[in-house]
Structure formats: structure tokens, C-alpha cells
Design a protein around this ligand. Structure first.
Ligand code: SAM
Ligand code: SF4
Length: 407
């Protein structure tokens, strides 16, 4: 979400006459888009702000602004802590010093072939560990017509793939007249000429419907990739996390998804060391990851966030050394699983949408979201290219362009 908002902010500033600078030292304006989902992310933005202080002091003409989830309702406190920051504005808002009355659609003039499109802001779930609802507010869905118009315009400007974004995309539309849902939105977008691929994230296990699974299975442009955070393999911990589903429900959901969408790539998020998590409860998470074999697992150490239910009501009682050990056990397990899953693609031909170039090699993704690198002398940007996979790793694939039919 932050990445999407940064891109939109950059387009907005471009349209207001700004140009991008090559370094902080060159800039007249620096905006930090902050994340505070864990303490480590918050520390990062605070360190960055501290590091920018001497530059700001030596160049009074430089404007410094902060947005993102660091900006809470206590702006006065932030102003006191960081008096050298010129502006604070809330996540998803636009810079207050620019007249935004005629902004209209704030889209990049020359977008990348694959872009993010926020469809729902905020979150109503209040998982006990999570600060997001406090910083981003309640859910607000964008109307279907607005999203369709935006995607059509993006396609006109060269976009081939959109990733629909929200903290919980599965609850999209419940606050709109006629209550359309994500499946309805996917049907509308699937009909847009020139759009090649559609993805969405993040799904919530309590809200993912059979209708949505059916649409992913049958709509040709919707990719076989689902991000379904489980957070824990213990139903007791899930209850303390206020996730509103059980481990049994999650297993059944994954079974249903896999039987209806062959070849689907699944990713998940896991928190280790949640308050009172025992060795057995962690083992249940480990067992779930071993059994369900995800393509990708994002694992994080529990971090108490101010104002959340967990931080108020539970002691952060799992020792840091135990948390680290659990984190590295999950990372090692996932390294083995991802190595095996990806190695099955060796010798196969995959369809890659080329998103950019890195160190002289083209970079793109398969429909299932696998990152692929290959070399080619022609301009492949934005093209669908068939690539024969010659090398795999847990994180990415490498190959060369194939001209005959796919395997
Ligand atoms: N909405 C999504 C969901 O339902 O899981 C994810 C959004 S959340 C901002 C991204 C991930 O950060 C979560 O899946 C969770 O694993 C992690 N996270 C959130 N709060 C955390 C905390 N207090 N400590 C550690 N990890 C946290
Ligand atoms: Fe946070 Fe839960 Fe909302 Fe995800 S669903 S953003 S974890 S409160």
C-alpha cells in the first residue's frame, strides 16, 4: 500500500510541476512515507529523520514532509519531537501545500506495465496485534465505476497488469450502494480490452468467499495467485489475535482453493512469539507451514504496537531469543519448501510479463507471481515473453527466451 501511495504521490507532484531529484542532497523537497506496522519499521523512519536533520539545518530552503502511518492523530506531539519537519500529512492524503481542488485522476503519465490500484482503504478488523486500523481508519471502498475508469485510463497509458490493493480486499464493497463485492469488480475489470492480467491482495481467511474462488478459477485475466495470511497455526492464538477463524477453517479454505484453481500460488504471513505462544503452539504453526507448503511465507517477530489490544492486555512474555529461534526455524523450513516448489519449473516454459530491466537483464513475473530474469537484446518492456527456465532458487528463476510453443 505504501509503495502504491508513493507512486501516486510522485505522479501528483510531477503534475504539479516537480521533477525527481537524483539524491537527497539535490532535492528541494523530501517526503518520507512511513510504515509503523512493527517497531523495527518505525525505528527505520525515525533514524532516517534523524539522519536528515543536519541536511535540513544546512539548507533552510529544503522542505521536509512526513506521511504514512507514523502520522497519527497526535500531530502536535510529532511536531514537538521533530520540529525541523515542515509538514505532516496522513496516509493516502495529498501534500497540503499544493492546491488539490483540480487534481482529478492522479495517474502516472508513463506508468510501469504492472501497477498497483488501491480499491479499499483502511481496515475494520482490529486484529489484536495490529496498528493499521488506528492509523488508516475504517474501511472505505472506491466505487466500481471509478476503479474501472482508472484502470481503462492506465491501460490507455500502457499498463498491462493491475494488482488491486487493500488491507482486506475480500471485504471490498460492503460500504457501497448495491454492495458489489470483489468478485463483481473482477468481472468488470476482466472485460477491459488491452488489460492482460489482474491480481489482488490481501485476502482475509474469514472473508474469502466461494464466489470469489470461482471467479479466480474462471476469469481468464485473473492470475492464479492468492495472498492469504494465516498468522498462526494454533486456534487459541488465533482467538487471542482476534482473527475470527480457526485452523480447521483455514485448512479447508486452502483445500477448496487448490482443488478449484490448479497450479495456484499461495502466500501467507505468520507472526511468531505472540504473547503466551508456547512451544506446542509454535510447533502447530510450523506443522501447518510444512503441510500446506506455501510458495511464499512472510514471517515476523511479534512487536507490541502502542494502543492495540494485545499491547494493552497481554504481556510480551516470549523471550527475544525464543522469538528469533522460531523465526529462523520458519525461514529455514520455507527455504527448503520454496527451493523444491521452484525447482519443479526447471526446463519448463513460462509466460512472463516484463516489468523492467535490472543490471542488463529483463525482469518480469509469471502469472503465479514468480520473479523471472532473462537476457534479450530487443526491447521487451511490457511484452508477454515465453521464457524457458534454466536455473531456480527459492526467490527467483532465470531462463532464456523461447520462440517455439510452450511445454
Ligand atoms: N491485512 C493483512 C492481514 O490480514 O494479515 C496484512 C496487513 S499487515 C499490515 C501485514 C503483516 O504485518 C501482517 O500479516 C502481520 O503478519 C504483520 N504484522 C502486523 N502487526 C504486527 C505486529 N504487531 N507484530 C508483528 N507483525 C505484525
Ligand atoms: Fe491489520 Fe488485521 Fe486489518 Fe490486516 S486485517 S490490516 S492484520 S487489523
Amino acid at each position: 500500500m505504501n509503495k502504491a501511495e508513493s507512486e501516486r504521490l510522485a505522479s501528483y507532484l510531477e503534475q504539479a510541476g516537480y521533477q525527481s531529484a537524483t539524491s537527497a542532497e539535490d532535492a528541494e523537497l523530501i517526503i518520507l512515507n512511513s510504515c509503523v506496522v512493527r517497531q523495527s519499521a518505525e525505528n527505520k523512519v525515525i533514524n532516517k529523520l534523524n539522519a536528515l536533520k543536519p541536511l535540513k539545518r544546512s539548507r533552510p530552503g529544503l522542505s521536509l514532509a512526513v506521511t504514512g502511518c507514523l502520522v497519527n492523530s497526535e500531530i502536535d506531539q510529532l511536531r514537538q519531537n521533530f520540529p525541523y519537519v515542515d509538514y505532516f500529512f496522513k496516509p493516502g492524503e495529498y501534500p497540503p501545500w499544493i492546491d488539490n481542488t483540480q487534481s482529478g485522476l492522479i495517474l502516472p503519465q508513463h506508468p510501469s506495465p504492472a501497477v498497483f490500484v488501491p480499491i479499499i482503504q483502511g481496515c475494520d478488523n482490529f486484529c489484536s496485534y495490529c496498528i493499521v486500523p488506528y492509523r488508516r481508519g475504517r474501511e472505505r471502498s472506491r466505487p466500481v465505476e471509478e476503479i474501472v475508469a482508472e484502470v481503462k485510463e492506465l491501460v490507455r497509458r500502457g499498463v498491462k497488469e493491475v494488482t488491486l490493493l487493500g488491507q482486506n480486499v475480500d471485504s471490498y464493497g460492503h460500504d457501497l450502494p448495491d454492495t458489489p463485492d470483489l468478485a463483481d469488480l473482477l468481472c468488470e475489470l476482466n472485460g477491459i480490452d488491452g488489460l492482460v492480467r489482474i491480481r489482488f491482495l490481501t485476502s482475509h481467511p474469514k472473508d474469502m468467499s466461494a464466489k470469489l474462488i470461482e471467479k479466480v478459477a474462471c476469469l481468464g485475466k485473473v492470475c492464479e495467485e492468492i495472498s492469504l495470511p494465516v498468522q498462526s497455526g494454533s486456534s487459541d492464538i488465533l482467538r487471542a489475535m482476534r482473527r475470527d477463524y480457526t485452523v480447521e477453517h483455514y485448512y479447508q479454505l486452502v483445500t477448496d482453493i487448490r482443488s478449484r484453481i490448479p497450479g495456484v500460488a499461495l502466500s501467507t504471513d505468520v507472526i511468531v512469539g505472540f504473547p503466551s505462544e508456547t512451544e506446542e503452539q509454535f510447533q502447530a504453526t510450523f506443522d501447518l507451514l510444512s503441510a500446506l507448503r506455501f510458495d511464499t511465507v512472510h514471517v515476523a517477530i511479534y512487536s507490541p504496537r502502542p494502543g492495540t489490544v494485545a499491547a494493552r492486555e497481554f504481556m510480551d512474555d516470549v523471550p527475544l531469543a525464543t522469538k528469533r529461534e522460531r523465526l529462523s526455524r520458519v525461514e529455514r523450513l520455507q527455504g527448503v519448501i520454496a527451493t523444491e516448489i521452484n525447482s519443479r519449473l526447471l526446463g519448463k516454459t513460462v509466460e512472463v510479463l516484463v516489468e523492467g530491466e535490472k543490471k542488463g537483464r529483463w525482469r518480469g513475473r509469471t502469472r503465479s507471481g514468480k520473479l523471472v530474469f532473462f537476457s534479450d537484446n530487443s526491447n521487451c518492456l511490457g511484452r508477454l515473453v515465453r521464457v524457458r527456465i534454466e536455473k531456480t532458487s527459492p526467490w527467483a528463476l532465470q531462463g532464456s527466451v523461447k520462440t517455439s510453443n510452450p511445454d
